[in-house]
Each structure stands twice: as structure tokens, then as C-alpha cells.
Design a protein around this ligand. Structure first.
Ligand code: NAD
Length: 290
């Protein structure tokens, strides 16, 4: 029977830490978010807005079409030039300290070009090539909010990672790859699995030997409880809606009988990620103040 890694509790703790930091700074960092009119983007936007407001971080409210529109761009209609125009405005505005673009971006948008356009000092998700390179050399001050949230959850267990077998399932640019690098920084022996691993019939074998398992594949309860190594740390990043209910990528009930620590879905990685967006905004503010 495992201990629950309660993301809501950890987010509360982080909020107190960030609140103290903001008071010491005596400043109001400003965050701008480009979101889309899709259900998942809307849910994320609301959580980010409420966290920012509760901390006193500036966030532009819902004003579609306005010069600083930070909310609910049409998924179908938004164009590359409009996204670039919004980002250039935010890049040039010295009062804006952090920029966050919701992922995935619509198909008509060239996501790589957008990543390279964000001022690297304002890049809250660490997607600009300069920030990716900094992460590669273990020198990132701001970076993937989800990956940092996963590391914070693992840190809460107090378990030392050096020499442990870490298995990440998913190799996306905003979750799997960055968390793989952060685990390497801690000297965990890190394997990144993906769709190819599954097609080769090797996923179960990798998961079975994981002391630390990070599941970020976006497939409801795909990882079976019986694959979980006894006394492991299990982080479920997945957010899948099944029959109106949100479930993760792991069979939670069975997995919790075997793991030492496990994150619930919802209430695990999600709330910590939102707070990490706020932490990165403060870091970006400090970076810009020199
Ligand atoms: P993505 O679609 O960009 O990448 C999915 C990855 O999983 C790919 O590497 C793919 O190869 C792999 N994959 C897919 N099916 C697989 C299978 N059957 N076996 C093995 N590997 C498989 O997804 P993403 O953006 O990294 O998000 C992953 C999940 O995490 C989604 O459910 C997403 O909603 C969730 N998410 C949660 C948070 C949070 O804060 N909680 C943040 C970001 C993403």
C-alpha cells in the first residue's frame, strides 16, 4: 500500500514559498498566456489565472481580440501571423516578464517557429532553443513546468535518485524529454520509452524494472498495475477523460498496492505544474532584473 503524493498539498506549500518570495521582491511580475478555445486549454487557463491572482502575479484577464489578448484564441481560425504578432508585442513590452503558449498548438501553426520567437528570458515553458540547450548542459533557470513539477513531486519522497532505474514513458518535447534530462542530472539511470518501445512489445519489461516510473503517454490506464515494481515511485502525468471522469495513464487502484509512492489523477502532477508556471514567472522576472 503506497503513500499518496498529494499534488494539491505540495502546491499549497509552494504557494506559501512563492508568496514569501514575492513579498521580498516587492514586485508584481506580469505573465501573459496564449490559450485556445478548446476544453483542455480552457481548464488549464482557469487554473493558471486563479493561481496567479491568488499570488498577486499580474495576468491579463479574458479579452479576446484586444491588443494584449491573452485568452481563448480560436483553435481553428488563429493564424501564424496573428500568433507571431501577439508574441512580438509581449516580447517588446518591458512590463511583461513571462510568456506561456498552451500546447499542443493548432495544426496550422508552426510550433517550432513559435518556440524560437519567444524571448528566451520570458520563456516560461523553456521551449526556446537557447533554453533547450541550457537544459542539455544542466544550466537552465527556467524550463518545462511539467518536468520540474514531476521532479518536485519526486523530491518530496526524500528518496535519493543516484543509481536508481528511472523509466519515462513518453518522449514529447514538453514532458518526456525534459524530465529525462532532469533525472539524468540526478544520476538516475534513465530510460525513455515511447510508441516504438510499445510496438516492439518491450514496454512492460521496461516498466517492470522502474524504481521511478514517469508515465506521460496520454493513454487512459495503459500501464497495468501488475507491471509496477514493488516499492517504486510512480508519477502519473496523463490526463484522459473517460466517460466524463479524468483518469491517468496508469491503473491507479492496482498500482497503489505495489508502489511506495504514487500520484493521484486528478490532484497529482497538475496542481504542482500550475504552481511551477508561477515559480518560473518569478524566476523570469528576476532574470530580467539581472
Ligand atoms: P504527446 O502526445 O506529445 O506525447 C505522447 C508520448 O507518448 C509520445 O512520446 C508517444 O510516443 C508516447 N506514446 C503514445 N502512446 C504510447 C504507447 N501506447 N506506448 C508507449 N508510448 C506511447 O503528449 P504530452 O504532451 O507529453 O502529454 C502526455 C500526457 O500528459 C497527456 O495525457 C497530457 O494531457 C498530459 N499532460 C499533463 C500535464 C500535467 O500538468 N498534469 C502537463 C502536460 C501534459
Amino acid at each position: 500500500m503506497s503513500r499518496l503524493l498529494n499534488g494539491r498539498e505540495i502546491a499549497k506549500k509552494m504557494k506559501a514559498e512563492l508568496h514569501a518570495e514575492l513579498q521580498a521582491l516587492d514586485a508584481v511580475p506580469q505573465l501573459r498566456i496564449l490559450s485556445f478555445d478548446t476544453p483542455s486549454s480552457q481548464v488549464y487557463w482557469q487554473a493558471q489565472q486563479s493561481a496567479a491572482q491568488s499570488l498577486g502575479i499580474g495576468i491579463v484577464p479574458s479579452t479576446p481580440g484586444a491588443a494584449h489578448a491573452s485568452h481563448a484564441q480560436s483553435w481553428d481560425k488563429i493564424t501564424q501571423s496573428r500568433v507571431e504578432e501577439i508574441l512580438q508585442e509581449w516580447n517588446q513590452d518591458v512590463m511583461v516578464h513571462g510568456i506561456f503558449v498552451h500546447q499542443p498548438m493548432p495544426k496550422q501553426i508552426d510550433a517550432q517557429r513559435i518556440s524560437a520567437l519567444i524571448d528566451p528570458k520570458k520563456d516560461i515553458e523553456g521551449i526556446h532553443p537557447q533554453n533547450c540547450a541550457r537544459r542539455f548542459f544542466s544550466k537552465a533557470r527556467i524550463g518545462s513546468c511539467t518536468a520540474l513539477a514531476i521532479m518536485r513531486l519526486i523530491e518530496e519522497t526524500g528518496v535519493a535518485l543516484e543509481g536508481k532505474e528511472a523509466v519515462v514513458v513518453g518522449h514529447s518535447e514538453i514532458v518526456g524529454r525534459p524530465v529525462g534530462m532532469l533525472l539524468l542530472d540526478k544520476l538516475a539511470t534513465t530510460t525513455i520509452c515511447h510508441i516504438g518501445t510499445n510496438k516492439a512489445g518491450l514496454l512492460e519489461a521496461h516498466v517492470r524494472r522502474a524504481d521511478i516510473l514517469v508515465a506521460a503517454l496520454g493513454q487512459p490506464q495503459f500501464i497495468k498495475g501488475e507491471w509496477i515494481k514493488t516499492d517504486s515511485i510512480v508519477i502519473d502525468v496523463g490526463i484522459n477523460v473517460v466517460g466524463g471522469r479524468v483518469v491517468g495513464d496508469i491503473e491507479f487502484e492496482a498500482a497503489k498496492e505495489r508502489a511506495a509512492y504514487i500520484t493521484p489523477v486528478p490532484g497529482g502532477v497538475g496542481p504542482v505544474t500550475v504552481m511551477m508556471v508561477m515559480k518560473n514567472t518569478i524566476e523570469a522576472f528576476k532574470l530580467q532584473q539581472g
